[in-house]
Design a protein. Sequence first.
Length: 83
Amino acid sequence: MCGRFTLTQPAEIAESALRTLWKRAKEKAGLADVDMTFRDFRTTALNGARRTGQSAKDLAGHADERTTERHYLNEPLKVKPLC
């Protein structure tokens, strides 16, 4: 399955295990020296959704748009001038 795994039951995973998996994934991607967290991917995806007109709030699963704005949307929304 090319390095993927599926949990069939909810499970607790130790923080140290997640850190190890994240470190290995970054190494395989050639990004070992890049200061990046797993949360950065979520931010990138939500900002991308916003740029294409999709609902970042819905994609994030938030009930309130302000939560998404406060925690994830850090790019200014660019609009085309009317004239």
